[in-house]
Design a protein. Structure first.
Length: 323
């Protein structure tokens, strides 16, 4: 057992306890957590910083306001309903269209039709705190439904893929693309069965994937190759992720972005407690990269300079990265 632990450590694997004590507790002041835990506030801060986010159609904060749902989406055929303080994709409803025969029936991303009453019941549960991190009363956001870039069309099942980037002290250090599957019900969540594909930090090209902790070369539902996709506007994505350090004040941060076919890269969410499966998706640990940032950290570096650092220091063939 000790030999296995030593091998994992040699590969730079960051464990849960060390992540919590050495990075999250040390670098993420708790009074800054609402900046990422509350999606309404996250969206507001990102907009104030001039960053692109999905359009917000409305926010429902109380049971009395649930009846406003129909008015909020009156001009929208597609939209997303999500809890303001949810996590892991729980409580998110993705509506992709309306019934041609009944205006008050909506088609979900999985093809099912639901009624307006069913969505309002879901919103009522959301406001009541069913999906919030704390279990306390919450708010429901109704926002633009992202139409993902065609580059991901063959490696995504029904849902929208996203790009997760770990940002350490303002420097992007590791990234993966999360690809929805049938098992994940179209959600880009690894714990629910999505595929995670590592990303070459220099080029934005995808590597092989991981599905339920097993390395996979093909998407389990579409059969398409996972590796070799070039993520559009990769430089802009890295620069945007780096800017989230100033927006949140958090030193260890997960940034989730989507690439809309019309709007380009959009900030979807930020996370003060990003998971560790990104290491499995990249087949390497993150510790060596975190240490490299500490070695060369420059408090005066701009987000663009920090993004360029990531491309240079964590490129394939360097002794700081194995991807």
């Amino acid at each position: 057992m000790f030999s296995i632990a030593k091998k994992l450590r040699a590969k730079g694997l960051l464990g849960l306890n060390e992540r919590n004590s050495e990075y999250i507790m040390r670098l993420n002041p708790r009074h800054f957590y609402p900046r990422v835990d509350d999606k309404v506030l996250t969206k507001k801060l990102a907009l104030e910083a001039g960053m692109a986010v999905p359009d917000l159609y409305g926010v429902i904060r109380s049971q009395r306001e649930v009846r406003q749902f129909a008015d909020i989406v009156a001009e929208q055929d597609s939209f997303v309903v999500k809890p303001a303080q949810g996590s892991g994709g729980d409580g998110i409803i993705v509506v992709t269209g309306r019934s041609k025969r009944k205006r008050d029936s909506f088609r979900l991303a999985n093809g099912l039709l639901v009624s307006q009453d069913e969505i309002e019941h879901h919103i009522s549960n959301t406001v009541g705190g069913q999906y919030s991190l704390s279990g306390n009363p919450d708010a429901a956001l109704i926002e633009y439904c992202v139409k993902f870039d065609p580059v991901f069309e063959d490696v995504s099942y029904q849902g929208v893929p996203d790009v997760r980037i770990i940002v350490y002290r303002g420097y992007p250090t590791m990234a993966m693309v999360r690809l929805p599957t049938r098992a994940s019900d179209g959600k880009a969540n690894l714990h629910q069965g999505a595929v995670g594909a590592g990303v070459n930090m220099a080029s934005g090209a995808t590597l092989s994937g991981v599905h339920h902790n097993s390395i996979v070369e093909d998407h389990p539902d579409t059969g398409a190759l996972i590796a070799g996709l070039i993520i559009p506007q990769w430089d802009f994505i890295l620069q945007s992720a780096a800017r989230c350090y100033e927006v949140t004040g958090l030193g260890y941060l997960g940034v989730d972005m989507v690439i809309d076919r019309n709007c380009g890269p959009l900030i979807l969410e930020m996370n003060a407690r990003p998971g560790l499966n990104i290491q499995i998706a990249n087949s390497t640990g993150i510790l060596h990269r975190l240490n490299r940032v500490d070695e060369l950290f420059d408090a005066a570096a701009t987000p663009d300079e920090r993004a360029a650092f990531a491309k240079r220091e964590f490129a394939p063939g360097t002794d700081r990265a194995t991807n």
